[in-house]
Write a protein that binds this ligand. Structure first.
Ligand SMILES: [Zn+2]
Length: 476
């Protein structure tokens, strides 16, 4: 079950656009850090450079990209509940063992298994036209002959709510909010069907959540509220949405036939945990993570193959370089992120008693384009320490600290409990062009950028795991 809390989490992670940038070397940070810690952090410059050299010029050069390509080419899409996802988890375990790391465990949990069937939308009036679509996660099916009805278009929920039920009842609601940020716009995908059903609509369509399109529909999760009639729901392209809006504004009656089928049950999947044990405080964890599942369209190379592989690479690189930090580096491959952060919720629940041992938690799930720094959740003291560590990455242009209280998707669940954490801040302006589409393939990924991300991710995790001080928690 996706709870309202989950929706809130999904909503907030995506509002990174509103995050503030912390002024570097602020006076507050000078006081918080003190000379001893400042000089300790600066002493990691050499090890950071060694890691970059090994990953971008040495034996690891190109490995993150090449291993990701092998993985993506072998498995393709890895939807929650599918056998392919489980096979891909087994593959990652073996790949890790082949690198000489054997401290690997998996934790089983129940996950949603929603399978898309045939999906066709035909515009019948004012002219006949095929409308490209992707059903949204957990959408129910239409009757076999489909739903044929007139379209009513809303640019926001306020307009829907202000319209009498009789004007909406028996129609297909189409939402066409202009894309601003993902966080602001995605609410129409997440909540659109429920809100339309409350007004008696037969189906709900949403303009794909993207700033750019070459007639590509973007799928994604959505939730039905408990007592409301579940109506079929799908995303259509920017082009077709805007066409329907223009016709509608001219007073034309737009009639669509929507045929969609799907099945839904649950299966068992696994979170995967790989530990590179710390030499002084093995019970203390610095977690790096990405999700291994993907949508059923595309290949999940970008979402989240890149994040998965840089998080896989971190313990492997450190092991190969014989770098053992004081604390344990734990790499987690979350399962079933796309249908509601299911793996992360299960991990948090199972490990709640040990949560005080998580020193810092990191996630990469917003692209692995050129790294720019970190989006950090933590108190002022935590941000000062992380900001000072990031200063070591000025030469590779990855020293930006973005203040963001909800920087990830999966990790937010643990951050809410007071654990400081961060997600990869990267040059991901094009991320939402490909997000949840058939276009999420290896062609989005770049070998050099992945090397830089892997080196940055590994070096940051190593330094945090090796520092003499813990990163302070939110709640003391
Ligand atoms: Zn993702």
């Amino acid at each position: 079950m996706i709870t309202v809390y989950c929706i809130i989490v999904i909503f907030f992670i995506c509002s990174a656009g509103h995050a503030k940038y912390l002024p570097k070397n602020s006076e507050i940070c000078q006081q918080v850090l003190g000379n001893e810690l400042l000089s300790e952090i600066s002493s990691y410059k050499n090890v950071k450079e060694e890691i970059f050299k090994y990953v971008t010029e040495g034996n690891f050069k190109g490995k993150t990209y090449n291993e990701l390509a092998k993985f993506v080419d072998k498995f393709g899409a890895r939807p929650s509940g599918s056998e392919i996802l489980e096979d891909s988890i087994d593959y990652m375990i073996q790949l890790t063992r082949d690198e000489g790391i054997n401290d690997i465990s998996t934790e089983e949990l129940e996950v949603p298994h929603w399978v898309r069937g045939n999906e066709v939308i035909t515009m019948l009036k004012p002219r006949v036209k095929n409308i490209d679509l992707l059903g949204l996660g957990r959408s129910v099916s239409t009757p076999e002959d489909g739903i044929t009805a007139e379209v009513i278009v809303f640019s926001n929920f306020e307009k829907l709510e202000a319209t009498p039920i009789d004007d909406i009842k028996g129609k297909i609601v189409l939402y066409d909010p202009p894309f601003t940020t993902y966080g602001e716009t995605v609410i129409y995908r997440l909540r659109g069907a429920t809100k339309a059903a409350e007004k008696g609509a037969l189906a709900a369509l949403v303009r794909s959540i993207t700033p750019f399109s070459i007639n590509s529909p973007h799928t994604g999760s959505q939730t039905y509220d408990g007592n409301i009639t579940k109506i079929p729901t799908a995303a259509i392209t920017l082009e077709d949405t805007d066409l329907i809006r223009r016709l509608y504004n001219r007073g034309e009656t737009v009639v669509l036939n929507i045929k969609m089928s799907s099945s839904y049950d649950t299966k068992i999947s696994r979170n995967t945990i790989i530990d590179l044990k710390g030499i002084e405080k093995p019970e203390k964890l610095v977690i790096v993570s990405g999700h291994i599942d993907s949508w059923d369209v595309g290949q999940g190379a970008m979402d989240d193959g890149g994040g998965l592989f840089i998080s896989w690479a971190a313990p492997v690189i450190l092991k190969n370089m014989n770098l053992r930090p004081k604390r344990t580096i734990r790499s987690i491959f979350w399962t079933a992120e796309e249908l509601g952060l299911i793996g992360a919720y299960a991990y948090e629940e199972k490990h709640r008693n040990e949560s005080s041992n998580i020193n810092f938690i990191m996630e990469s799930d917003e692209g692995t384009f050129a790294p720019l720094g970190l989006a950090v959740a933590g108190n002022q003291e935590a941000r000062c320490i992380i900001g000072e560590i990031l200063n070591l990455f000025t030469s590779v242009n990855a020293s930006t600290l973005v203040e963001d209280d909800s920087p990830g998707s999966d990790i937010n669940i643990i951050i809410q409990t007071g654990v400081p954490g961060a997600s990869l801040h990267n040059a991901n302006e094009r991320y939402f062009w490909f997000h949840h589409t058939a276009g999420d393939t290896m062609n989005v990924e770049d070998l050099k950028e992945l090397d830089l991300c892997a080196a940055f991710w590994t070096a940051v995790a190593y330094i945090i795991a090796d520092l003499s001080v813990d990163i302070p928690r939110y709640i003391k």
